[in-house]
Every structure is written in C-alpha cells, then in structure tokens.
Design a protein around this ligand. Structure first.
Ligand SMILES: [Zn+2]
Ligand SMILES: [Zn+2]
Length: 254
C-alpha cells in the first residue's frame, strides 16, 4: 500500500490511497482542474481513480467531489447522514452509503470506518487495510475516544490531525465564536491531544506518522513535528507534515 496527500488544511483536503490495482481518493476539497493538476504532480491522471470515499460534508472535504465523480463516472461512498446534507449537490453522482461501524471493500482495499465527534451530520474517519498494512486516517475530530484509540492501534501509518497550538489559537486573530468552535468537543484536534493520542496507541508496527489539517493561522509545522516526535518516544517511525498546497508525496509501506 502507498498513500499521498494532494493537500491538507481548511482550504481543501484530498488523500490518495493505493493498494494493488485500486486507487481511492479520500475526500476532495479542490476544484476539478486543481485536482487534476495535483494528481499530475504524483504521476497520475484523474481516470486512474477508482472511487471516492467521503468523511463528512464540510466544504474543505466535499467541495470537488460531485464534479470529479460525475465526470469520471465513479462511485462515491459516504454515510447516510452525510448524503442527507449533500443530496441536492450529488444528484448526478453514484452514491453508495456505508454504515460507520461496518467495514466494506473497494477492489483490493478494505475500508474500516469509525464515527468521530465533529460538527457534521454523521462524520466518519477510516482505516484502510490491504491485508498486510493498515493506514489510519483521523482528521476533523474534536476529541479522541476509546473507540478511536482501538481503531488506530496497530497501524503501519497514521495521518493524524494536528489542527492548532493552544497558545497560538488563544492569541490568534480569529473571532471568539470561531475559537470556541474549533476548541470544542465537536471541533478540531489540537497538537497536544494528537500527541497524547499517539502516545496511547499500539505503535509496534508504525512506520510513518503524518501531521495533517494544520491551521495556517494557529499552528506551525515545526510545532507539530516536535509534538509528534515527543509522543513517539523511542519508536523509529518517520514524521512528516502535510502542507495545504504541496500535500505530501507518496509514502510506501514496506
Ligand atoms: Zn476539514
Ligand atoms: Zn470538518
């Protein structure tokens, strides 16, 4: 299995996961042309993508999904709650609902969804499993839960939200209501919480951790790297940070 990010942050998210002959796009918050351009960077064409999996209806995750999927004639997998929120915009799309507690298969990959606390209708995050490796993805989550820890334990790679540094958010330019939303149990994960979660997981198989969905106003990649490395302790897993524009290049699991 290998994975890459087309971009990560509040201005758009899209993650690519490839196993054997199956290529899945997880969310797509970019316009069609922007997505094509970002795929080209990774040596891919839009036609290479087999399916889109959607985590929730916020625009930085679904902004480009309907157009992309309709143009290519590929299915979109989403929860019934998410579909309720996007139904009007997804009329021309082959939508397939998944239960956020039930694994399902797309080609060579098994997708294990799990529900998360976030201010959307029925948000779910996912673990990808190719039979050899598990890639856990967790962004757009207010707080961690015991179920999230269970799902992410034993993964070979993690894409983990590190949205904000507590001090930078408090001192930053956002209005009080937005600060409260981000910091709430249904908002976004702060660096220290991501570190605590990582430290609590079974990391015996972990090869890579990618910090993701960083706030451009309330965070710095160096802060994220420091928190993640500290949480890893003596583990030799590699740490990287996904960028809003550059995303992250292919990471292959061995
Ligand atoms: Zn988001
Ligand atoms: Zn969101």
């Amino acid at each position: 299995m290998r994975f890459a990010s087309l971009g990560s942050g509040s201005r758009g998210n899209a993650l690519l996961v490839e196993g054997s002959d199956t290529l899945i796009l997880l969310d797509c918050g970019f316009s069609f042309s922007e997505t094509v351009q970002r795929l080209r960077r990774l040596g891919l064409a839009a036609e290479d993508v087999n399916a889109v999996v959607v985590t929730h209806e916020h625009d930085d995750h679904i902004g480009g999904v309907a157009r992309f999927a309709a143009r290519l004639g590929i299915p979109v997998y989403l929860t019934a709650g998410t579909l309720t929120a996007v139904a009007a915009r997804f009329r021309d799309v082959d939508c397939r609902c998944f239960d956020p507690h039930a694994p399902f298969r797309i080609g060579a990959l098994t997708i294990e969804p799990f529900p998360v606390p976030h201010d959307a209708r029925e948000p779910a995050q996912v673990v990808f499993d190719d039979g050899r490796h598990r890639l856990g993805v967790l962004t757009d989550v207010g707080v961690s839960t015991p179920h999230i820890r269970t799902m992410l334990s034993g993964c070979s790679a993690l894409v983990l939200e590190c949205n904000y540094d507590t001090r930078l958010l408090a001192e930053g330019p956002y209005p009080a209501a937005l600060k409260a939303r981000i910091g709430s149990r249904f908002g976004h994960l702060r660096n220290d919480d991501a570190g605590e979660l990582l430290a609590a997981l079974d990391r015996s198989r972990l090869q890579h951790v990618v910090g993701a969905h960083l706030s451009e106003s309330n965070n710095h990649p160096e802060l994220v790297e420091r928190v993640l490395r500290l949480a890893l302790g003596s583990s030799e897993a590699a740490v990287s940070v996904a960028h809003q524009d550059a995303g992250i290049s292919w990471i292959a699991l061995e």
